[in-house]
Write a new protein. Structure first.
Lengths: 255, 460
């Protein structure tokens, strides 16, 4: 094979991974691996900056932000520290940067989380939502019908959370629950979204079986850096499609 | 034994043989379920009949193997032992074992599930309690690791106030377990002193990374297995306790190990077919536990060495001229250690059959496979066959790790996957089967159907 005559400079997504050392218990590294590989297979790069407790994040230096889930003890630690990062995260969301919040992440993305002992943890208020701990954990397979930028598809994964999340007027649900509990087990909503921000209780991890979500976030991230009009080459997602179908079937939705 | 317990026991036993005759699985715990329905306090009542009381063994990893080891050592010293050797480690399994045990039983030696242990010790105080390790496990079943550590601390506080508190045997190398034993009496610490098997770096799934007392990042010099190792906190005075019973030299071979275990002035060497550093820990823990029962070290060493691998814990079976090595894959640290052990053979043509199920006993949430460090297998695999209910999820794990997918075959059906894996493995070579619990049962059932192994519940 001959190399292409005109090499374009490689486009690179700048990812800010929030608290990778503390918020990582639901296989969050799988989501990062999906970002990296789906960019690499198309000839693009991923530059990762880890930002943990005590690290400051530079304004406007990242195209994509990721926050995963952690143990309660670690989540307390993170909530305190996030107060120093909240303004940068809100500004980035307002200016079109892509952000993904998973599990504990969705709770910290909102205004506050009230724990079972009544203690109130502040969030970053990127999304207009509130969370309070319930008496029981909501655990099991979760399938939702999600609409992102006018396209509607099923997203499949697993949920395991005590928090009940209620959406405010300025953010919309990511999707409708087909099977499982979702945000609060009562109103049928799951996750939240506004602009280029996606937050969800779905893990498993989220992205390997739902490459559509990954590619949507990557387009947003590339456009944040390089301007509108990015189109990603399609990939052979045969394995991803089989895994998605198998998980949906295990969850008892489609036959 | 109270008459009512005896009558309940007869009814329960009858239900077990009925279940077995109807072909509903092993029927190993049905009598226990029936007994506990009829006599909720039966475990305490039956253990009260044992003159030497009970030993409880719990951990995330290694409890089945270590229980076998302690049982072997106790039998070698002439004791009549009641045990749940089939690995049914919930309340019903312990109750069933007590029912089925010998009439003249002298001591009970039981492996107990991490969560069930907290419940059982509300009614029974064991004479010895061995706590081996706590690793990140199935979050949907056990909750977060911190929750379990706190539950165990409350349990130990409670046991300390009982009339005859148990002798504790604790792993000095696990920061979680070591913190549980801080400032307690009657503790035997065990650990691995030989540092020649240091990990190059701490695994991704390592959990106890921060000091439980002050929250500072712990220093491991070195880390030996997951977060087990020679740890200390540089901020406060927390540090690995000096083991009373230590593996001072472990020589690991692909098919056996020699481990020297020292306690005070005496040392005994065990030669065992149980491979890998995780089994060095199991052997050392078993020796430490045996010594609390006044066992003789040399008698114990011989008995430990003669112990064969437990169900799916490194069992080796001859299949069509290949050697099948059965390895249970239950959680990240266990699988990391299995991968390390199977690569220690030094071969660059490793054949693996990996089976992933997501049934209740496996954990319904399969995300843990992303916390396993499969990456050391990259470039070492001659063939990888992936199977089970969630085979496609596992295939994605390898795809996104950048493995060469042309050496990988995905076949959800167990029987067909076994055929493919055997065909991919040259004669006289080893095929390593890594399987979740119910996937291992499926694989065993297929091997039984083909006449390679007995059904698991009829093993002696």
């Amino acid at each position: 094979m001959s190399s292409q005559p005109t090499l374009q400079p490689t486009m690179t997504v700048r990812l800010c991974h929030l608290y990778p050392d503390l918020m990582n218990i639901y296989a969050d590294r799988g989501n990062i691996a999906v970002f990296r590989q789906r960019l690499a297979w198309r000839g693009y790069g991923l530059e990762i900056t880890n930002a943990s407790v005590g690290d400051s994040i530079e304004a406007d230096a990242h195209d994509l932000y990721y926050l995963g889930g952690g143990q309660d003890r670690d989540q307390d630690l993170v909530a305190d520290d996030l107060a120093h990062k909240a303004e940068v995260l809100r500004d980035a969301a307002d200016h079109g940067a892509a952000q993904l919040y998973v599990c504990g992440g969705i709770q910290l993305a909102g205004h506050s989380y009230v724990a079972s002992n009544g203690e109130r943890l502040g969030g970053v208020s990127v999304l207009d939502l509130e969370t309070a701990a319930g008496q029981t954990r909501l655990i099991g397979d979760l399938v939702i019908e999600a609409t992102i930028e006018g396209t509607t598809r099923q997203i499949v994964g697993y949920e395991n959370h005590a928090g009940r999340t209620t959406l405010g007027p300025t953010c919309t649900a990511l999707g409708k629950v087909k099977t499982g509990h979702g945000n609060n087990d009562t109103d049928g909503t799951e996750g939240a979204t506004r602009d280029h921000v996606i937050a969800t209780y779905l893990h498993g991890p989220l992205l390997p079986k739902n490459p559509w979500v990954a590619d949507t976030l990557l387009v947003w991230a590339l456009e944040h850096r390089y301007g509108a009009g990015i189109e990603l080459a399609s990939l052979d997602d045969a394995l991803e499609d089989r895994a998605h179908a198998a998980a949906v079937e295990r969850a008892g939705v489609a036959r | 034994m109270q008459i009512a317990t005896r009558v309940a026991g007869l009814a329960a036993r009858a239900s077990g043989s009925l279940s077995r005759r109807l072909g509903r699985g092993g029927g190993t715990t049905v009598p226990g379920v029936v007994l506990l329905k009829l006599r909720p306090n039966a475990i305490a009542e039956l253990i009260a009949d044992l003159p030497m009381g009970a030993v409880f063994i719990s951990a995330t990893n290694g409890k089945t193997t270590t229980t076998r080891l302690v049982v072997a050592a106790a039998k070698a010293s002439g004791l009549q032992v009641v045990t749940n050797e089939e690995g049914s480690n919930l309340e019903r399994g312990v109750a069933a074992a007590l029912l089925e045990g010998p009439e003249d039983g002298e001591i009970g030696i039981f492996e107990v599930d991490e969560a069930a242990l907290v419940a059982i010790t509300r009614t029974v105080t064991p004479r010895t309690l061995l706590l081996m390790n706590l690793f990140r496990d199935q979050l949907d079943r056990y909750g977060e690791l911190d929750t379990l550590v706190n539950d165990w601390r409350d349990m130990l506080d409670r046991l300390e106030r009982s009339a005859e508190p148990p002798h504790l045997v604790l792993n000095a190398d696990d920061p979680n377990i070591a913190d549980l034993g801080r400032e307690r009496e009657q503790v035997t610490w065990f650990g691995v002193a030989d540092v020649s098997h240091a990990l190059p770096q701490r695994a991704h799934a390592a959990d106890a990374t921060n000091c439980r007392r002050c929250g500072t990042a712990l220093v491991h010099e070195p880390a030996l297995l997951g977060h087990l190792g020679h740890w200390r906190c540089d901020n406060c005075d927390a540090a690995r306790p000096t083991p009373d019973v230590a593996a001072t030299a472990a020589v690991l071979h692909p098919d056996r190990q020699h481990v020297t275990i020292r306690s005070g002035d005496t040392a005994a060497t065990v030669t065992s077919e149980l491979t890998g550093l995780h089994n060095t820990y199991n052997l050392t823990a078993a020796m430490a536990t045996t010594l609390t029962l006044d066992g003789d070290a040399d008698t114990a060493a011989a008995a430990l060495g003669a112990t064969q691998p437990a169900f799916g814990r490194g069992e080796r079976i001859e299949v069509d001229g290949r050697r099948l090595n059965l390895l249970l894959a239950k959680n990240p640290t266990g699988v990391n250690q299995n991968i390390r052990t199977l690569l220690a053979g030094g071969s660059d043509s490793v054949h693996v059959l990996a089976l992933l199920n997501d049934r209740t006993a496996d954990g319904r949430d399969v995300s843990w496979i992303w916390d396993v460090d499969w990456e050391p297998l990259d470039g070492q695999l001659a063939s990888l066959t992936i199977s089970g209910d969630r085979a496609w999820d596992l295939a994605l794990r390898f795809r996104y790790a950048g493995f060469d997918m042309t050496t990988i075959t995905v076949e959800p059906d167990t029987a067909r996957a076994l055929d493919i894996a055997i065909e991919s493995t040259p004669a006289a070579s080893t095929l390593h089967a890594l399987a979740t619990y119910t996937a291992m049962l499926d694989l065993r059932a297929e091997l039984t159907r083909r006449g390679h192994v007995d059904a698991y519940w009829s093993e002696s």
